[in-house]
Ligand binder design. Sequence first.
Ligand code: C2E
Ligand code: MG
Ligand code: MG
Ligand code: MG
Length: 284
Amino acid sequence: IIYTLSVTYYHQGQVSEKVLPATDMDFASQVETALDNQQFFMMYQPQVDFKTGKLKGVEALVRWRHPEKGIISPEKFIRVAELTGLIVPLGKWIMQTACAQAAQWKDHPVLGKIEVSVNVSALQLKSGTLVEEIMQILQDTGLAPERLVIELTESSFVQDDGENARLMHQLKEAGIKLAIDDFGTGYSCLSYLRDIPGDYLKVDRSFVMELPGHNKAEAVIQAIVSLGKSLDYRIIAEGVETQAQADFLKSIGCDIVQGFLYAKPLEADALPQWVSVAQPETLT
Ligand code: C2E
Ligand code: MG
Ligand code: MG
Ligand code: MG
């Protein structure tokens, strides 16, 4: 890949041009090198089902083990990966790694049955080959499609010319599940909710943070839960850090919780241990 100072990228369904500052250009070439040199790795954060108290799934979260700077958060490099298009090969590697990992747990009594959620950038949808790529990965790894959840943020749905919704129906027909990530933070246009075949709504951490006791935050979450439920979504709350937050979320009918109260993102090797020690049944 040859970088120019001006990159063409997709934003809200439009092709745009953006001039990357030189520091980003340098960073972009480091991201590319990191991909070649296998400096990325995945962590997996447990998601607990309120009703059964059991582990429902894990969210796969990428990390960069930088040779000098140590572990770098995706918040620092996903944006540059998107601007340069590197998110396409990086996203493919992420999908491959997470599916292979989930398939590898097949003989574990708990981990062999749970879902793995993978974050997919709107730009990966635009690449045009995402669905075929995922189907190939499922075939190669032997992971059942029912065990894969694709997480997309609202920006993938608004100002969609219909193409993204079509891709989502294709994924759905293949048995793959769909989660709407960071719900409530992006846009107020809700019409996409009835057009896409979503399974999960993830309430953003910024709402959960203000619970409980903040009347307006409580009202917003309650409205999201009842809207989501009436459209047959299961509701996942992210960023749950305190028991008081969990109690409130449970009382208003939230289905699934994810957050430091239960577990931080863990390395794959640490999950069997977490399952046997933490015993999700006792967590909720
Ligand atoms: P996200 O998909 O909303 O992921 C949830 C983020 O919240 C994760 O941050 C997770 O570590 C963090 N989190 C979970 N529970 C708590 C909590 O109780 N307290 C606090 N303070 N934080 C909590 P992370 O791993 O740094 O990822 C940040 C964002 O980067 C993700 O937000 C997602 O948008 C993006 N990202 C991460 N991995 C990937 C990936 O593999 N592909 C793509 N395209 N994006 C990714
Ligand atoms: Mg996510
Ligand atoms: Mg999220
Ligand atoms: Mg979030």
